[in-house]
Ligand binder design. Structure first.
Ligand SMILES: [Zn+2]
Length: 123
């Protein structure tokens, strides 16, 4: 089993619905996202997946969320609360669809709201 990881950061505002505490008020984070790709086979170049392709897939999601209010963006406007857990899920779904390679799997996405707090989604 091979594993490749890429980390990137984006900035966004959010607030949490159905929650009582400081995070019910709008605030921002420099979110760090770590995407982990797994697979059994390497391509002819000896790569599980080209880092460039993973970074491009992450940038496509950043184009949706970076410097935005997450609460105004589907599915976070109604369907999902923009928690770190749900943001990790969202990235996993989007990046899986973008890479669309049956030989690899987006096995884990971790989203940090601060240096000390993160949430991970593993499908
Ligand atoms: Zn927050």
């Amino acid at each position: 089993m091979y594993e490749v990881t890429v980390e990137q950061t984006f900035s966004a505002a959010h607030h949490l619905r159905d929650y009582s505490g400081p995070c019910e008020h709008q605030h921002g984070h420099n979110f760090k996202v770590r995407v982990t790709i797994q697979g059994e086979r390497l391509n002819k170049a000896g790569m599980l997946v080209d880092f460039t392709d993973v970074k491009k897939a992450i940038r496509e999601v950043f184009a949706i969320v970076d410097h935005r209010d997450l609460n105004e963006i589907p599915p976070f406007d109604k369907e999902l609360n923009p928690t770190a857990e749900n943001i990790a899920f969202f990235f996993q779904q989007k990046i899986s669809a973008s890479l669309a390679n049956p030989d690899i799997k987006v096995s884990e996405v971790t989203v940090w709201e601060t240096d000390k707090q993160s949430a991970t989604y593993r499908p």
